[in-house]
Design a protein around this ligand. Structure first.
Ligand SMILES: NC(=O)c1ccc[n+]([C@@H]2O[C@H](COP(=O)([O-])OP(=O)(O)OC[C@H]3O[C@@H](n4cnc5c(N)ncnc54)[C@H](OP(=O)(O)O)[C@@H]3O)[C@@H](O)[C@H]2O)c1
Length: 289
């Protein structure tokens, strides 16, 4: 680099917004929105130029250098053992680096996630929590997408209702909190506009995709045994056990107004999501294994 280029770069350098989980469902959308609005972003990923790994705190100072705000999407889940300690350390590292603002993606009805929320909210930094219900996109690009593609959603929790939320809504709320004013101290409990059970959800996916996508209820133990038989890693089996025994038990069967409070508009309905995802080819057929 020439001396002029490096001097120009030094004078035009801005403070980026760090987006963790930048290749994931929410982080990719947060990063894309910020980029479209002209913000300087730093992608938080184990494959980024400056790698970011939740399990390698020694690398965090380099990733946080000059950063003014952080979108925190912890992986795999704030409920897993060790997450509270890592979030505590990360918030301390952010404070030490001079970060001004934090936006935490959290989950509903998880004691550990709520503990992480308190760590962020009590940090003394401008902090906002986006506490989300289960995502619509779990069925198009997340853990249950493969089931939808085979036409058989085989999950426990037949009687449970959940107000599934669209991750584009989550990303819009997160970007508002990262870049706008008036969001510090808020806990935005973001959900979709209505409660759905898996059977009704499957019917909507069938209508949107033009083929039958069935919901097949399965006992909790059989579900876990199936995951193990397929060779799922121990952490995944642990998380599914936790989520379906502890979180997905009806405790979160309420619609909340977080999207409307943060953005002044209604949240996206599951049917709108399903039609859009179907048009993008998310539900293409694959044969069951
Ligand atoms: N799914 C739901 O229904 C739901 C509901 C409420 C809350 N949540 C919360 O959402 C969060 C997950 O967010 P998401 O769904 O947007 O992500 P995601 O789609 O599951 O993607 C995971 C992201 O985390 C990164 N990642 C994985 N392991 C990492 C590590 N060791 N260090 C650093 N980065 C790592 C991945 O990036 P690289 O592979 O590029 O490093 C990827 O960008 C969790 O905290 C979960 O509790 C989920």
């Amino acid at each position: 680099m020439s001396i002029f280029a490096s001097v120009r770069r030094a004078f035009t350098r801005t403070s980026p917004i760090l987006v963790t989980g930048a290749s994931g469902k929410t982080g990719s959308r947060v990063a894309a929105r910020l980029a479209r609005q002209g913000h300087d972003i730093r992608l938080g990923s184990r494959r980024a130029d400056i790698p970011f790994d939740w399990n390698a705190p020694q690398g965090w100072a380099a990733v946080l250098k000059d950063v003014k705000a952080v979108y925190i999407a912890y992986s795999p889940d704030l409920a897993v053992p060790g997450a509270v300690e890592l979030i505590t350390r990360f918030v301390e590292a952010a404070q030490a680096a001079g970060v001004k603002r934090l936006v935490l993606l959290s989950g509903r009805g998880e004691a550990e996630a709520q503990a992480c929320e308190q760590i962020v909210l009590k940090s003394g930094l401008e902090a906002t929590v986006v506490r989300a219900s289960w995502f619509n996109q779990n069925f198009s690009e997340g853990g249950f997408a493969g089931m939808v593609q085979t036409g058989q959603i085989t999950l426990p929790g037949a009687d449970v209702l959940e107000p599934f939320v669209d991750v584009d809504d989550i990303a819009e709320v997160a970007v508002a909190a990262l870049t706008g004013e008036g969001h510090a101290g808020e806990i935005y409990e973001v959900t979709g506009p209505r409660l759905l059970g898996f059977a009704e959800l499957a019917a909507i996916l069938s209508m949107a995709s033009g083929r039958e996508i069935a919901y097949i209820p399965i006992p909790h133990k059989d579900f876990l045994d199936g995951l193990k038989a397929e060779g799922a890693p121990g952490e995944v089996v642990w998380l599914m056990d936790y989520l379906f025994s502890t979180v997905f038990d009806g405790r979160n069967a309420q619609v909340c107004d977080g999207v409307e409070r943060a953005l002044g508009r209604k949240p996206t309905d599951f049917e709108t999501f399903a039609r859009k995802a179907a048009a993008a080819g998310a539900f293409k057929v694959t044969e069951p294994a």
